[in-house]
Design a protein around this ligand. Structure first.
Ligand SMILES: *Cc1c(COP(=O)(O)O)cnc(C)c1O
Length: 403
């Protein structure tokens, strides 16, 4: 650059850097969406400032409500879920909290399945009571018992398919129909189905939320959540109202990462699903294992409901219940012996994970199988043969055969 134009005005450097006249030319086009960041959104003039804009979460007044980048992601997640409206929040748990806080009032009751995502249970049991909101736990596999729990106080029912950790697949249609008959709102935690396994709104669900942290991100590097509705503008408005007041903002670099994950979402889902089915079936044949929980395996609780609803999709999770003669310490030794499986929470990222759980501590209602010590596996994108070899060597190391 020649020295003659290195200074374009008589203003100070800082002023010049902030009010610089250069604007990029129109017409840029590329596959990724631009990363737009803002707290301040500029108005054209005071008349523009004074003109009310619809507070529908789709206008630019302040960066907290969204930028072109996050509105693009919201629109894509709405399509993925088969919905028409989508709100984005900073984590899957924030999505759960948004739904319950937006829709429940003092005196209301919420129902959650006994195998609900653990933090939803914690919110329901330990936080909502402060607001005068009561709850009941239901057995997701007991449709008759479920109906008997519904009352005039019941305002919201949480559903999960498959359930967390134990992966029972409930009769979603039956549970939803029972709620519809009484005008009770239903919210599905659709993180497992991810919009790939089945279309939640076709089942009559009112709200579908996802931890975008899992499949849509796919990188084990982002926390984010979504709350979708379909053609229910008033319901969306109730959720949006709470969304605005609770101050849920997003980092647009995180939004960019999720946008980057979406084109490969279905390929990843199907690849991880295929590896998981093979490994789960292999695991069920191991002498150390009492049973494998995975909705695609015959005999797993709710297998028939899964087979009817979503035989093409089964996600990347299975749990192995070890035989009762093996204590928690031996199962821990097995997990420690794994080389390729990381020990850690979350799932649907590139690396396979294994976490031991003692179900007797987290569940209150009777379970449809022996409790035992259980290991929840989340299968990543590694090759199936390498994962199987790793599991095999860990069995040899932690369960030496008798001499
Ligand atoms: C991980 C998860 C969440 C919470 O997501 P975070 O982004 O970790 O807060 C909610 N529901 C289910 C089923 C999950 O697996």
């Amino acid at each position: 650059m020649s020295s003659s134009n290195h200074k374009t005005s008589a203003r100070a450097i800082s002023t010049e850097q902030i009010h610089h006249a250069y604007r990029a030319p129109e017409g840029w086009d590329a596959i990724p969406v631009g990363v737009h960041k803002a707290s301040t959104v500029l108005f054209k003039n005071t008349a523009d400032l004074h003109t009310p804009r619809a507070r529908d979460g789709l206008c630019y007044r302040y960066g907290l409500h969204g930028t072109p980048t996050s509105y693009t992601l919201a629109a894509r997640i709405a399509s993925l879920e088969g919905g028409t409206h989508c709100l984005l929040v900073p984590s899957g748990l924030a999505a759960v909290t948004l739904v319950s806080m937006a829709l429940l009032r003092p005196g209301d009751e919420v129902l959650v399945p006994d195998n609900v995502y653990g933090q939803n249970r914690y919110l329901t049991e330990s936080w909502l009571p402060q607001f005068g909101i009561t709850h009941k736990l239901y057995d997701p596999m007991d449709a008759a018992g479920f109906k008997a729990l519904l009352s005039d106080k019941t305002k919201l029912v949480w559903l999960e398919a498959a359930g967390s950790i134990t992966l029972e697949f409930p009769d979603l249609q039956g549970l939803i129909a029972a709620c519809q008959a009484r005008g009770i709102l239903t919210a599905l935690d659709n993180t497992w189905g991810a919009g790939i396994a089945f279309q939640p709104f076709d089942l009559g669900i009112d709200i579908s939320m996802q931890a975008l942290t899992k499949y849509p991100s796919g990188g084990a590097d982002v926390l984010m959540g979504s709350v979708c509705t379909r053609e229910r503008p008033q319901l969306h408005e109730r959720l949006n109202h709470a969304h605005e007041h609770l101050g849920y903002g997003l980092g647009q670099n995180d939004v960019e990462l999720v946008l980057r994950g979406l084109p490969s979402l279905e390929l990843r889902y199907r690849a991880q699903d295929a590896t998981t089915r093979v490994l789960a079936t292999w695991m069920a044949g191991r002498p150390e294992v009492a049973r494998v929980l995975h909705p695609a395996l015959p005999g797993s609780p709710g297998h028939e409901h899964w087979a009817e609803l979503s035989p093409e999709g089964a996600a990347c999770l299975f749990s192995a219940v070890f035989k009762p003669e093996y204590g928690a310490a031996q199962v821990d030794a097995f997990v420690d012996a794994l080389q390729l499986f990381g020990i850690g929470y979350s799932w649907a990222g590139p690396m396979s994970l294994a976490v031991p759980y003692d179900m007797r501590r987290s569940r209150k209602l009777p379970m449809p199988f022996e409790a035992g010590t259980l290991v929840r596996f989340a299968i990543g994108l590694e090759a199936e043969a390498d994962l199987r070899a790793d599991l095999e060597q860990a069995f040899v190391s932690a369960f030496p055969s008798p001499r």
